[in-house]
Design a protein around this ligand. Structure first.
Ligand SMILES: C[S@@+](CC[C@H](N)C(=O)[O-])C[C@H]1O[C@@H](n2cnc3c(N)ncnc32)[C@H](O)[C@@H]1O
Length: 271
Protein backbone atom coordinates (compact mmCIF):
# COMPACT_ATOMS: atom_id res chain seq x y z
CA UNK A 1 0.00 0.00 0.00
CA UNK A 2 1.19 3.48 -0.65
CA UNK A 3 2.15 5.71 2.21
CA UNK A 4 1.77 9.36 3.09
CA UNK A 5 4.73 10.18 0.87
CA UNK A 6 2.58 9.35 -2.14
CA UNK A 7 -0.04 11.96 -1.38
CA UNK A 8 -1.29 13.55 -4.59
CA UNK A 9 -1.17 17.21 -5.41
CA UNK A 10 -4.06 19.11 -3.75
CA UNK A 11 -5.91 19.33 -7.05
CA UNK A 12 -6.67 15.61 -6.73
CA UNK A 13 -9.20 16.27 -4.02
CA UNK A 14 -12.44 18.21 -3.89
CA UNK A 15 -14.44 18.61 -0.74
CA UNK A 16 -18.14 19.39 -0.41
CA UNK A 17 -20.16 20.35 2.61
CA UNK A 18 -19.88 23.05 5.16
CA UNK A 19 -16.95 21.41 6.84
CA UNK A 20 -14.44 19.25 5.07
CA UNK A 21 -11.68 16.95 6.13
CA UNK A 22 -9.02 16.52 3.56
CA UNK A 23 -5.80 14.98 4.68
CA UNK A 24 -3.18 17.13 3.10
CA UNK A 25 0.52 17.59 3.45
CA UNK A 26 -0.10 21.33 3.50
CA UNK A 27 -1.90 23.44 6.10
CA UNK A 28 -5.43 24.08 4.98
CA UNK A 29 -6.77 27.49 4.05
CA UNK A 30 -9.77 27.66 6.35
CA UNK A 31 -11.61 30.02 4.02
CA UNK A 32 -11.30 27.58 1.13
CA UNK A 33 -11.53 24.27 2.97
CA UNK A 34 -14.57 24.17 5.20
CA UNK A 35 -14.42 22.00 8.33
CA UNK A 36 -16.52 18.94 8.98
CA UNK A 37 -18.75 18.63 12.04
CA UNK A 38 -17.21 16.18 14.48
CA UNK A 39 -18.71 12.75 13.99
CA UNK A 40 -20.45 13.64 10.74
CA UNK A 41 -20.85 10.75 8.30
CA UNK A 42 -18.43 11.05 5.39
CA UNK A 43 -18.29 9.67 1.87
CA UNK A 44 -14.95 9.55 0.08
CA UNK A 45 -15.36 8.86 -3.60
CA UNK A 46 -12.49 7.85 -5.85
CA UNK A 47 -13.40 8.86 -9.38
CA UNK A 48 -12.00 10.03 -12.70
CA UNK A 49 -14.86 12.54 -12.76
CA UNK A 50 -14.85 14.52 -9.49
CA UNK A 51 -16.97 17.20 -11.17
CA UNK A 52 -19.84 14.70 -11.19
CA UNK A 53 -20.10 15.29 -7.41
CA UNK A 54 -22.09 16.28 -5.45
CA UNK A 55 -24.42 16.14 -8.49
CA UNK A 56 -27.95 15.30 -7.39
CA UNK A 57 -26.68 14.84 -3.83
CA UNK A 58 -26.25 18.62 -3.68
CA UNK A 59 -29.99 19.15 -4.24
CA UNK A 60 -32.98 19.22 -1.91
CA UNK A 61 -32.73 17.56 1.50
CA UNK A 62 -29.41 15.77 0.95
CA UNK A 63 -27.93 19.04 -0.36
CA UNK A 64 -29.21 21.04 2.62
CA UNK A 65 -27.83 18.44 4.99
CA UNK A 66 -24.50 18.61 3.16
CA UNK A 67 -24.44 22.40 3.55
CA UNK A 68 -25.32 22.04 7.22
CA UNK A 69 -22.43 19.64 7.78
CA UNK A 70 -24.67 16.70 8.75
CA UNK A 71 -22.60 14.67 6.30
CA UNK A 72 -19.59 15.38 4.12
CA UNK A 73 -18.44 14.43 0.67
CA UNK A 74 -14.91 14.25 -0.66
CA UNK A 75 -14.30 13.49 -4.30
CA UNK A 76 -10.79 12.14 -4.84
CA UNK A 77 -9.57 12.57 -8.41
CA UNK A 78 -8.05 9.29 -9.58
CA UNK A 79 -6.22 11.15 -12.34
CA UNK A 80 -4.11 12.86 -9.67
CA UNK A 81 -2.50 9.47 -8.96
CA UNK A 82 -1.82 8.71 -12.64
CA UNK A 83 1.59 7.71 -13.92
CA UNK A 84 3.95 9.95 -15.88
CA UNK A 85 3.47 13.20 -17.71
CA UNK A 86 0.05 12.17 -18.98
CA UNK A 87 -1.05 10.78 -15.63
CA UNK A 88 -2.08 7.46 -17.12
CA UNK A 89 -4.48 5.51 -14.96
CA UNK A 90 -5.21 2.52 -17.18
CA UNK A 91 -3.62 -0.06 -19.47
CA UNK A 92 -4.64 -2.86 -21.81
CA UNK A 93 -6.09 -6.06 -20.29
CA UNK A 94 -3.67 -8.89 -19.61
CA UNK A 95 -4.55 -11.77 -21.91
CA UNK A 96 -5.91 -9.41 -24.56
CA UNK A 97 -9.40 -8.23 -25.31
CA UNK A 98 -11.19 -4.94 -25.76
CA UNK A 99 -11.01 -1.90 -23.52
CA UNK A 100 -8.73 -0.76 -20.75
CA UNK A 101 -8.28 -1.69 -17.09
CA UNK A 102 -7.57 0.69 -14.20
CA UNK A 103 -4.06 0.00 -12.92
CA UNK A 104 -3.52 -1.62 -9.52
CA UNK A 105 -0.72 0.78 -8.52
CA UNK A 106 -2.79 3.86 -9.40
CA UNK A 107 -5.90 2.64 -7.59
CA UNK A 108 -3.75 1.56 -4.62
CA UNK A 109 -2.39 5.09 -4.21
CA UNK A 110 -5.93 6.51 -4.33
CA UNK A 111 -7.20 3.97 -1.79
CA UNK A 112 -4.25 4.80 0.46
CA UNK A 113 -5.16 8.48 0.22
CA UNK A 114 -8.81 7.74 0.94
CA UNK A 115 -7.88 5.68 4.01
CA UNK A 116 -6.04 8.54 5.74
CA UNK A 117 -7.66 9.13 9.14
CA UNK A 118 -10.27 6.38 8.73
CA UNK A 119 -10.79 3.55 11.22
CA UNK A 120 -9.28 0.22 10.05
CA UNK A 121 -12.41 -1.80 10.93
CA UNK A 122 -14.45 -2.31 7.77
CA UNK A 123 -17.63 -2.32 9.85
CA UNK A 124 -16.91 1.28 10.81
CA UNK A 125 -15.67 2.32 7.38
CA UNK A 126 -16.60 0.06 4.45
CA UNK A 127 -14.35 0.20 1.38
CA UNK A 128 -16.48 -0.51 -1.68
CA UNK A 129 -15.94 -0.96 -5.40
CA UNK A 130 -19.08 -0.17 -7.42
CA UNK A 131 -19.35 -3.15 -9.73
CA UNK A 132 -22.02 -5.03 -11.70
CA UNK A 133 -20.42 -8.22 -10.36
CA UNK A 134 -21.05 -7.15 -6.77
CA UNK A 135 -23.70 -8.10 -4.25
CA UNK A 136 -26.89 -6.18 -5.07
CA UNK A 137 -27.32 -2.96 -3.06
CA UNK A 138 -30.43 -2.92 -0.86
CA UNK A 139 -32.00 -1.08 2.08
CA UNK A 140 -30.20 -3.29 4.60
CA UNK A 141 -26.88 -2.26 3.04
CA UNK A 142 -27.89 1.41 3.24
CA UNK A 143 -28.76 0.92 6.93
CA UNK A 144 -25.43 -0.79 7.60
CA UNK A 145 -23.49 1.97 5.85
CA UNK A 146 -25.45 4.74 7.59
CA UNK A 147 -24.46 3.24 10.95
CA UNK A 148 -20.75 3.41 10.01
CA UNK A 149 -18.51 6.47 10.43
CA UNK A 150 -18.22 6.85 6.68
CA UNK A 151 -17.41 5.02 3.49
CA UNK A 152 -14.95 4.92 0.61
CA UNK A 153 -16.47 4.25 -2.80
CA UNK A 154 -14.30 3.40 -5.79
CA UNK A 155 -15.91 4.24 -9.13
CA UNK A 156 -14.67 2.09 -11.98
CA UNK A 157 -14.50 3.01 -15.67
CA UNK A 158 -13.59 1.17 -18.86
CA UNK A 159 -13.42 -2.62 -18.27
CA UNK A 160 -13.00 -2.19 -14.53
CA UNK A 161 -10.17 -2.44 -12.00
CA UNK A 162 -7.14 -4.75 -11.76
CA UNK A 163 -8.30 -7.58 -9.49
CA UNK A 164 -5.08 -7.59 -7.44
CA UNK A 165 -5.74 -4.21 -5.83
CA UNK A 166 -9.30 -5.23 -4.91
CA UNK A 167 -7.99 -8.42 -3.27
CA UNK A 168 -5.11 -6.59 -1.59
CA UNK A 169 -7.44 -4.08 0.10
CA UNK A 170 -10.24 -6.60 0.79
CA UNK A 171 -12.63 -4.36 -1.11
CA UNK A 172 -16.36 -5.17 -0.96
CA UNK A 173 -18.04 -5.19 -4.40
CA UNK A 174 -21.58 -3.81 -4.55
CA UNK A 175 -23.87 -3.53 -7.58
CA UNK A 176 -26.66 -1.08 -8.29
CA UNK A 177 -28.47 -3.76 -10.28
CA UNK A 178 -28.24 -6.31 -13.04
CA UNK A 179 -27.20 -3.92 -15.81
CA UNK A 180 -23.95 -2.33 -16.93
CA UNK A 181 -23.32 1.39 -16.47
CA UNK A 182 -20.49 3.26 -18.16
CA UNK A 183 -18.97 4.18 -14.82
CA UNK A 184 -19.54 3.91 -11.08
CA UNK A 185 -20.46 7.56 -10.47
CA UNK A 186 -24.23 7.22 -10.91
CA UNK A 187 -24.23 4.08 -8.76
CA UNK A 188 -22.23 5.90 -6.08
CA UNK A 189 -24.70 8.78 -6.02
CA UNK A 190 -27.68 6.45 -5.80
CA UNK A 191 -26.15 4.49 -2.93
CA UNK A 192 -25.01 7.58 -1.04
CA UNK A 193 -28.47 9.11 -1.42
CA UNK A 194 -30.13 5.99 0.01
CA UNK A 195 -27.62 5.96 2.88
CA UNK A 196 -27.52 9.63 3.76
CA UNK A 197 -31.30 9.94 4.09
CA UNK A 198 -31.11 7.43 6.96
CA UNK A 199 -28.74 9.66 8.94
CA UNK A 200 -30.63 11.33 11.80
CA UNK A 201 -31.61 14.92 10.94
CA UNK A 202 -31.10 14.67 7.18
CA UNK A 203 -34.80 14.33 6.34
CA UNK A 204 -35.87 16.58 9.21
CA UNK A 205 -39.65 16.48 9.51
CA UNK A 206 -40.12 16.05 5.79
CA UNK A 207 -40.53 12.32 5.80
CA UNK A 208 -40.27 9.26 7.93
CA UNK A 209 -38.06 6.43 6.74
CA UNK A 210 -39.90 3.99 8.99
CA UNK A 211 -42.94 3.55 6.77
CA UNK A 212 -41.12 3.52 3.47
CA UNK A 213 -40.70 0.64 1.08
CA UNK A 214 -38.27 -2.03 2.34
CA UNK A 215 -37.97 -0.56 5.84
CA UNK A 216 -39.89 -3.55 7.23
CA UNK A 217 -39.56 -5.76 4.17
CA UNK A 218 -42.76 -4.58 2.45
CA UNK A 219 -43.41 -2.18 -0.41
CA UNK A 220 -45.19 1.06 0.45
CA UNK A 221 -48.97 1.48 0.11
CA UNK A 222 -50.35 3.77 -2.65
CA UNK A 223 -50.26 7.50 -1.90
CA UNK A 224 -52.91 10.15 -2.81
CA UNK A 225 -53.29 13.90 -2.45
CA UNK A 226 -55.56 16.71 -3.71
CA UNK A 227 -57.64 17.06 -5.80
CA UNK A 228 -60.13 14.62 -4.25
CA UNK A 229 -61.34 13.74 -7.75
CA UNK A 230 -59.05 13.63 -10.77
CA UNK A 231 -59.95 12.41 -14.27
CA UNK A 232 -62.93 10.57 -12.78
CA UNK A 233 -60.74 8.81 -10.20
CA UNK A 234 -61.44 9.31 -6.51
CA UNK A 235 -59.35 8.77 -3.40
CA UNK A 236 -60.17 5.56 -1.45
CA UNK A 237 -62.90 6.73 1.01
CA UNK A 238 -61.12 5.24 4.05
CA UNK A 239 -58.33 7.80 3.60
CA UNK A 240 -60.87 10.61 3.90
CA UNK A 241 -62.59 9.05 6.94
CA UNK A 242 -60.31 10.47 9.61
CA UNK A 243 -60.34 7.05 11.29
CA UNK A 244 -56.65 6.48 11.93
CA UNK A 245 -56.97 2.86 12.99
CA UNK A 246 -58.92 2.06 9.81
CA UNK A 247 -56.40 3.97 7.70
CA UNK A 248 -53.51 2.05 9.28
CA UNK A 249 -55.33 -1.27 8.62
CA UNK A 250 -56.02 -0.29 4.99
CA UNK A 251 -52.44 0.75 4.42
CA UNK A 252 -51.06 -2.46 5.84
CA UNK A 253 -53.42 -4.55 3.69
CA UNK A 254 -52.37 -2.56 0.61
CA UNK A 255 -48.71 -3.01 1.43
CA UNK A 256 -49.11 -6.76 1.75
CA UNK A 257 -51.20 -7.02 -1.45
CA UNK A 258 -48.78 -4.88 -3.46
CA UNK A 259 -45.77 -6.81 -2.18
CA UNK A 260 -47.42 -10.16 -2.94
CA UNK A 261 -48.26 -8.99 -6.47
CA UNK A 262 -44.98 -7.30 -7.35
CA UNK A 263 -42.28 -8.72 -5.11
CA UNK A 264 -43.35 -12.10 -3.70
CA UNK A 265 -39.64 -12.78 -3.03
CA UNK A 266 -39.79 -10.20 -0.21
CA UNK A 267 -42.60 -12.08 1.53
CA UNK A 268 -40.66 -15.36 1.27
CA UNK A 269 -37.75 -13.68 3.04
CA UNK A 270 -40.11 -12.89 5.94
CA UNK A 271 -40.75 -16.64 6.45
C1 LIG B 1 -18.42 -0.55 -18.30
S1 LIG B 1 -18.40 -0.92 -16.61
C2 LIG B 1 -17.38 -2.35 -16.55
C3 LIG B 1 -18.16 -3.61 -16.66
C4 LIG B 1 -17.28 -4.87 -16.50
N1 LIG B 1 -16.42 -5.03 -17.64
C5 LIG B 1 -18.19 -6.09 -16.35
O1 LIG B 1 -18.57 -6.67 -17.36
O2 LIG B 1 -18.54 -6.45 -15.21
C6 LIG B 1 -17.39 0.35 -15.93
C7 LIG B 1 -17.62 0.64 -14.47
O3 LIG B 1 -18.95 1.05 -14.27
C8 LIG B 1 -19.35 0.72 -12.96
N2 LIG B 1 -20.61 -0.04 -13.05
C9 LIG B 1 -21.16 -0.53 -14.17
N3 LIG B 1 -22.30 -1.16 -13.91
C10 LIG B 1 -22.51 -1.07 -12.59
C11 LIG B 1 -23.52 -1.55 -11.71
N4 LIG B 1 -24.56 -2.25 -12.14
N5 LIG B 1 -23.41 -1.27 -10.40
C12 LIG B 1 -22.35 -0.56 -9.92
N6 LIG B 1 -21.35 -0.09 -10.72
C13 LIG B 1 -21.42 -0.34 -12.02
C14 LIG B 1 -18.23 -0.09 -12.34
O4 LIG B 1 -17.51 0.75 -11.45
C15 LIG B 1 -17.41 -0.50 -13.53
O5 LIG B 1 -16.05 -0.69 -13.22
Amino acid sequence: MSGEGDLPPPRALRSHGRIGVTASAKPRDLMEEPLVAKGAWRARIITLFPDAFPGTLGLSLTGKALDMGLWALEAIDLRGFGIGKHRNVDDTPAGGGAGMVLRADVVDAALARASVGTPPERGRWPVVYLSPRGRPFDQATAQRWAAADGITLLCGRFEGVDQRVLDHWGVEEVSLGDFVLTGGEIAAQAMIDATVRLIPGVLGNHASTEEESFSDGLLEHPQYTRPAEWEGRGIPPVLMSGNHAEIARWRRAERLALTAARRPDLLKDRG
